[in-house]
Design a protein around this ligand. Structure first.
Ligand SMILES: [Zn+2]
Length: 191
């Protein structure tokens, strides 16, 4: 059985976070070569064809961060009808449909009239499912490539193992599971 381990690095990182001193995040293990590089908060660098950065003391891809940032920005006015988006449901609806709650209701009513609602509903649900699988796959692959003693379990718990993990085997398993999911979604979309 693999023993869980709390590394000195983790204690240091936590201490830096508490002190608000993430810039001093000292040691990071990088990539398959396990080459050690000194990176600090806000640094951006290229590695395995991706842009990486350190935010809050955690190594992550820069592009993903950028995407999250863009999605978090809610425009003041609905691009569809031009009214001020201030209702609670507007934020949620804008993320999915890029329009306000009222516009979504109107669009869905119209689709019901035209008898296209079920098809649309399936498209939205399956589209969301595919995005979720993509995000989870990226997250898992990034997690195992960030450290060789850390792995995020199916429940989303971070586990630290003594003796390291087999990155190539895990990467392969994650990719296989994700493509299996995506294949199922694709089949459902074509039904
Ligand atoms: Zn609107």
């Amino acid at each position: 059985m693999l023993k869980k381990e709390f590394k000195r690095k983790d204690v240091e990182r936590m201490r830096n976070l508490i002190k608000g001193d993430t810039g001093k995040s000292a040691e990071l293990q990088v990539g398959y070569t396990a080459k050690k590089e000194n990176r600090k908060e806000g640094d951006i660098w290229e590695e395995s064809g991706k842009k990486w950065t350190i935010k809050d003391g955690i190594k992550q891809t820069y592009t993903k961060l950028d995407k999250v940032k863009k999605e978090a920005i809610l425009p003041l006015f609905c691009p569809c009808c031009g009214t001020l988006m201030k209702k609670r449901n507007d934020t949620k609806m804008y993320k999915i449909h890029k329009k306000c709650f009222d516009c979504v209701i109107e669009m869905e009513t119209q689709l019901k009239i035209e008898g296209k609602y079920e098809e649309y509903e399936k498209k939205v649900i399956l589209g969301n499912a595919k995005d979720m699988v993509d995000d989870y796959e990226t997250y898992l692959l990034e997690s195992i490539n960030t450290s060789n003693t850390q792995y995020v379990s199916e429940k989303g718990e971070v586990e630290r193992w003594k003796g390291g993990i087999d990155k190539e085997k895990l990467s392969k398993e994650i990719k296989e599971a994700a493509s299996e999911f995506k294949e199922k979604i694709k089949q459902a979309q074509n039904d």
